[in-house]
Design a binder for this molecule. Structure first.
Ligand code: XMP
Length: 507
């Protein structure tokens, strides 16, 4: 069992980010609801607690709270932003109601004789993002940082090992953020740094072997990062007893099904490739509503997968590529048994498994990628950008006909190829075949052809995004190539909308 730090989530957008940063410092961390009780904490026996920020004011009616005894546990605490204000209030001092929010990078002056800031420069750039702030220093605490707008920017009670900071160490904008967290973990919690990806892999391999014994495991392989890494990890534990069903619905990107088949056929697994292209195509004939497309594809996926599972017969376990954010976001810590977009959970009653195997359930996406790299999974798969389950069917506006699909595959391939060549960093990028046709000229004649929209976004959580600033030179090349090489397309546009108000996908 690894040493553990608990992140108490006060509803801010930063709790998961804090957990990732802690893990990057080789200390295992878990996000727990802020309502966690002292006895639940004792059971987990953490080496430290981090109280996250949150959108509330401590004076709000339903402001999230902590049990007062939490401060008497003798476990080191780092309270960030809202967490800091809450501790100040608990310790009987006032929190100043904000007249306006402070958001942005700012300079703080720290007391580098505090273990939290040891061996750091006194003046540091940090990210402030808060409304309220602590007004008085609570009894037993001393001030260890201040800024122009925030006279009490950090506090410590060295004896009780309680630290509080108004700014956010988990974001890159706080220059020494990573170091501050390391100081908390290693100087204050005395962590040993026992959490590594190699350790995680060995642990999971042992767990799978013990659980599955000589049984067989079935996995729906989509070719995405999670299911692919899960497949390779399970295969390490029980080679040749893993059955991977890959359903080709025809809406994957150019060359993708072939690449998936080639790679996984070389692995010590039983690869079952199902060509369901015609079946899905038939089912989507005349369907243009995006939600209807999603429903039909989801339902048909289960149908095809269930047929294959029946053919294989007698498979004891179902494996899934569920990852930690799926578990945290479900809010219960228990749910997310079934990852909804794969919908394997909707399998018919007569297909029964003894249990579910989810070897990535404890990991963030970047950790899954690291594990993939350690296990030698192909780069192309490990670095794959997110791709929706219904695939290109929801990137063709209107009915996804064969003709439109082949145009989109080519245009999308060109866009991705050029972005990669130009080394443009973007978290998700693809082409959309709009339903729009417009007039153009090709050679001497008039054309009336489709418009392709290009979409490329920067995001960390896919809940919000900014469009990627692609240089005009690259866009011009993409546009020229698409209109020259893809017959049926005479116009290319670039989508410069953020989310909100738009979404990443067009459907
Ligand atoms: P939106 O379009 O909602 O997309 O901004 C956010 C992220 O979710 C992906 N997405 C889907 N993934 N099935 C999936 O598996 C879907 O139906 C679906 N719709 C959107 C999208 O690609 C982006 O990463």
């Amino acid at each position: 069992m690894n040493q553990t730090v608990l992140i108490l989530d006060f509803g801010g957008q930063y709790a998961q980010l804090i957990a990732r940063r802690v893990r990057e410092s080789n200390v295992f961390s878990l996000v727990v609801p802020s309502s966690i009780t002292v006895s639940e904490i004792k059971k987990i026996n953490p080496i430290g607690l981090i109280l996250s920020g949150g959108p509330h004011s401590v004076y709000d009616n339903n402001a999230p709270d902590i049990q007062k005894d939490l401060l008497k546990l003798n476990i080191p605490i780092l309270a960030i932003c809202y967490g800091m204000q809450l501790i100040a209030k608990k310790e009987g001092t006032e929190v100043l109601r904000a007249e306006k929010r402070e958001y942005g990078r700012t300079l703080v002056l720290v007391d580098n004789s505090s273990p939290l800031f040891s061996d750091m420069e006194k003046a540091q750039e940090v990210l402030m993002s808060h409304g309220d702030q602590v007004k008085q220093i609570p009894k037993g605490f001393v001030r260890i940082a201040y800024s122009e707008n925030c006279p009490i920017a950090a506090l410590e009670d060295r004896e009780r090992k309680i630290y509080a900071i108004q700014f956010h160490p988990e974001v890159k904008d706080t220059k020494n953020g990573k170091l501050i967290l390391r100081r908390f973990l290693y100087e204050i919690c005395k962590a040993s740094g026992d959490y590594t990806m190699k350790g995680y892999i060995n642990n999971e391999i042992a767990k799978i072997r013990e659980r599955v014994k000589d049984g067989k495991v079935l996995l729906a392989l989509s070719g995405g990062v999670d299911s692919s890494v899960a497949a390779v990890l399970i295969a390490k534990a029980i080679p040749n007893r893993l059955y991977c069903v890959f359903v080709d619905h025809g809406f994957m990107r150019k060359n993708e099904p072939e690449e998936i088949k080639a790679y996984f056929s070389s692995q010590p697994i039983n690869f079952v490739g199902v060509d369901a292209v015609e079946r899905f195509g038939e089912a989507l004939k005349g369907v243009s509503d995006p939600e209807a497309k999603r429903k039909i594809i989801g339902k048909m996926f289960i149908e095809v997968f269930a047929e294959e599972a029946k053919k294989l017969g007698n498979i004891e376990y179902l494996a899934q590529g569920t990852i930690y954010p799926d578990v945290v976001e479900s809010g219960t810590g228990k749910a997310a048994l079934i990852k909804s977009h794969h919908n394997v959970g909707g399998l018919p009653e007569d297909i029964k498994f003894i249990g579910i195997v989810e070897p990535l359930r404890g990991l963030f996406k970047d950790e899954v990628r690291k594990i993939g790299r350690i296990l030698g999974v192909e780069k192309r798969i490990v670095n794959r950008q997110p791709f929706p389950g219904p695939g290109l069917a929801i990137r063709i506006i209107g009915e996804p006909t064969k003709e439109k699909l082949s145009l989109l595959k080519e245009a999308d391939y060109i866009f991705r190829e050029e972005l990669q060549k130009a080394k443009i960093r973007s978290d998700q990028y693809f082409a959309v075949l709009t339903g729009n046709q417009s007039v153009g000229v090709k050679g001497d004649s008039r054309s009336y052809e489709y418009t392709v929209a290009l979409r490329a976004v920067k995001t960390s959580d896919f809940m919000t995004c900014e469009y990627t600033r692609i240089p005009f030179k690259v866009l011009t090349k993409v546009s020229n190539r698409i209109t020259n090489e893809v017959s049926g397309v005479n116009r290319v546009v670039y989508d410069i909308t953020s989310k909100p108000p738009a979404t990443i996908e067009w459907e």
